[in-house]
Design a binder for this molecule. Structure first.
Ligand code: DGY
Length: 321
């Protein structure tokens, strides 16, 4: 390759990140931040050596098959890589990276916001005041459930899960988790390991999802597992919408089996699920787990670090395929 590698940046990123990308690469930006159609994505990839996409761009097997031979790297601006067919990328020799660690704090904060918003009826209360419908007060008005002393169950005690555990400890919660194997004692910090998702789910007053969406985890929170949650429990999802059977969740929220849910992610994004949005006992956010100024810059730099490594002949630190 002569000259600087050509890099496609699919979405508008932080000014600091775009400045660094433009300084170090022959970068193609998307100043209008328009979501590319699949055809536009494939076309835009034809004359680049690397692409820096977000989870809003799907690199399924067909898209990957249509990528040019010169494209060496998909450097995601996300920790989740369920939008990329890793098997297809590997088969074509395209390196795939993600941005772990840097978004753990921000995402754990959103998990706690979702938990508290659900437990204390945040969305309902906000609407009441905002819409001028707050006309009374009494000791029985807008009563929620307290998290102090309750069990915080973490499905997927990885980087984000561990930060969420630390934050939940600050609320005096008892931490439970399920991973395939128990964490070493110093990492577990007293959290109680469950050898199956079912055991964790049955022991969680608040169940918070922190596992990636993979063929093994898609739909893991289905009707049968929701039925195992203690009556009055809360579901928090800041991981991926695909983990949850949303019809089953709506039913459990409607019939009172679950007290509430706090959701930042949905099966359909953008947009969410109107059936969930119609319920008062759901606290909703539009997939903003990592959306802080600090974290967006850190994610962009991390993606660029991976690109720098590849073009300098080094192994990118965050290679996932
Ligand atoms: C992630 O990093 O996976 C977040 O969901 C944002 O894309």
């Amino acid at each position: 390759m002569t000259g600087r590698p050509r890099l496609l940046v699919t979405r508008r990123l932080s000014p600091e990140v775009e400045a660094r990308a433009g300084r170090d690469y022959d970068a193609v930006f998307n100043p209008a931040d328009r979501v590319l159609t699949r055809e536009e994505l494939v076309a835009a990839c034809q004359d680049v050596d690397a692409v820096l996409p977000c989870h809003s761009e799907r690199f399924d097997a067909d898209v990957i098959a249509a990528l040019p031979d010169r494209l060496r790297l998909i450097a995601n601006h996300s920790v989740g890589v369920d939008h990329v067919d890793l098997v297809a990328a590997r088969a074509r020799g395209i390196v795939v990276t993600n941005t772990p660690d840097v978004l753990s704090d921000a995402t754990a904060e959103i998990a706690i916001l979702c938990m508290l918003g659900a437990a204390r009826r945040g969305a309902e209360g906000d609407r009441l005041v905002r819409e001028g419908r707050w006309t009374t007060w009494s000791p029985s008005f807008m009563v929620g459930t307290q998290v102090t002393g309750k069990r915080f169950g973490i499905l997927g005690m990885g980087r984000v899960g561990r930060v969420a555990a630390a934050r939940a400890r600050g609320f005096g919660m008892e931490i439970h988790y399920h991973n395939r194997r128990p964490l070493p004692q110093d990492a577990a910090q007293g959290a109680i390991w469950h050898d199956t998702p079912e055991s964790l789910i049955a022991a969680s007053d608040v169940l918070s999802l922190h596992c990636p969406a993979t063929p093994e985890t898609v739909g893991i929170i289905n009707a049968a597992r929701i039925a195992l949650m203690p009556r009055g429990a809360i579901l928090v999802n800041t991981a991926r919408g695909a983990l949850v059977d949303e019809d089953a969740l709506v039913a459990a929220l409607q019939d009172g089996h679950l007290f509430a849910a706090g959701l930042d992610v949905f099966r359909t994004e953008p947009g969410g699920n109107p059936a969930l949005a119609a319920l008062d006992n759901v606290f909703l956010l539009p997939h903003v787990g990592s959306a802080t100024f600090e974290t967006r810059i850190a994610m962009g730099y991390r993606a660029l670090d991976n690109i720098d490594a590849l073009f300098a002949g080094r192994e990118p630190a965050d290679r996932v395929a």
